[in-house]
Write a protein that binds this ligand. Structure first.
Ligand SMILES: NC(=O)c1ccc[n+]([C@@H]2O[C@H](COP(=O)([O-])OP(=O)(O)OC[C@H]3O[C@@H](n4cnc5c(N)ncnc54)[C@H](O)[C@@H]3O)[C@@H](O)[C@H]2O)c1
Length: 347
């Protein structure tokens, strides 16, 4: 078998500003054959910058349907605005390609379900690019929970303090396109809570408002910029997430996590050099220093390429992608309607 042929659809911020060069660690088994964006300046920039990185330039397209028709791709990475993920995935499956889809999977459960059904129908892989799920630190925390050292888990929490979204992401300010700020951002955190607890969320209450996001960069916005979200899980645990987009440019983007149990607690701060702190009720303390950016299966992109070659399922399954949307969607509704929302209400 020769090298597999991969493509990228949507060469925006995720692809040129997120630090990692997509598919860079896959060159022994894959070629980045084609890239697509309907904005020619973004396309030209990635063609040139990725070209330097890979030592050759991928074919560039303004229209993803033309790219899919001409390039005979084995796999496609979708990094377009959230409300386009389904349409692009359907076109990719139809063209015979496996799909790696950015989070959040889509803007509704109905659209996520259509994507899952299409992958099954076409017998193609559907991986979710939830990069936090690939980080070893979150699996180390799961290992500590599963060891029983902190006893029965009562509460899991995360707080994130960060600057507002980039002005370049014009679609994110429209809830119909992004799903809202919580949908866009916090699906990551609920994916991790789902991993830790292996339990389904039930009821959700959230309180949030718009202080700064009201008219960012002249674009009318209806997405919240500060919220607390509380939810119950079937196993009796409860989760809480605080999200705040009010940080100024000179301030650090921080994200802290905690797991509190009947026999102790686990805490870590992703700006704290990757140290997981465990404090037990019997007075014992443990610390686990994780290697920065240490990832499972070579990370999201390597895993996807390897799975195309081997036929194995990517680490983050479509069902996990769908499940990560439940609390964020219920929280968006809870803020809008000022009431407790049951995830069974969601569509
Ligand atoms: N996993 C992560 O940590 C992470 C981080 C950032 C963004 N994301 C996700 O990645 C996706 C893209 O986000 P972003 O920050 O790069 O946004 P962005 O707006 O910077 O990039 C999206 C790109 O899609 C292009 N596009 C729009 N319509 C298109 C079309 N019809 N055909 C081809 N291209 C089209 C836009 O021109 C733009 O360049 C979103 O789903 C977002 O949630 C994930």
């Amino acid at each position: 078998m020769g090298k597999i042929r991969l493509g990228i659809i949507g060469t925006g911020q995720r692809v040129f500003q997120h630090g990692d060069v997509v598919f860079k660690n896959c060159t022994d088994i894959a070629v980045l054959a084609a890239i697509c964006d309907n904005k020619s300046d973004r396309l030209a920039r990635v063609k040139k910058e990725y070209g330097r990185e890979f030592g050759y330039e991928a074919n560039a397209y303004l229209d993803y349907r033309e790219m899919l028709a001409k390039e005979k791709l084995d796999g496609v990475y979708i990094a377009t605005p959230n409300d386009m993920h389904l349409d692009v995935a359907l076109a990719a499956f139809k063209a015979g390609a496996h799909v790696l889809c950015e989070k959040p999977m889509e803007v509704s459960l109905a659209r996520a379900d259509q994507m899952i059904a299409a992958a099954k129908k076409h017998k193609k892989l559907l991986g979710m690019a939830m990069q936090m799920h690939y980080r070893r630190r979150y699996h180390k925390v799961k290992e500590i929970i599963d060891s029983g050292r902190i006893g029965k888990v009562a509460q899991v929490w995360c707080t994130e303090y960060r600057p507002e979204y980039s002005a370049l992401k014009e679609w994110v300010w429209d809830p119909a396109r992004s799903g809202g700020a919580i949908h866009e951002k916090n699906c990551h955190h609920y994916d991790i809570f789902n991993l830790w607890l292996e339990s389904r969320p039930t009821t959700v209450y959230a309180s949030g408002s718009i202080i700064k996001h009201a008219k960012p960069h002249g674009v009318a916005s209806a997405i919240i910029d500060n919220a607390w979200i509380i939810n119950d899980f079937e196993n009796g645990a409860r989760g809480m997430v605080g999200i705040c987009f009010l940080a100024g440019k000179g301030q650090e983007h921080t994200r802290e996590f905690g797991v509190w149990g009947a026999g102790g607690k686990i805490t870590f701060d992703v700006t704290d050099d990757e140290i997981i702190h465990v404090e037990l009720a019997n007075g014992d303390n443990e610390e686990f220093k994780m290697m920065k950016d240490e990832e499972f299966r070579g990370g999201v992109f390597r895993d996807f390429a390897d799975c195309i070659v081997s036929g194995k399922q990517p680490l983050v399954t479509p069902q996990m992608g769908r499940d990560s949307l439940l609390v964020p969607m219920a929280a968006e509704l809870s803020i809008k309607e000022k009431r407790i929302v049951n995830v069974s209400e969601l569509k």
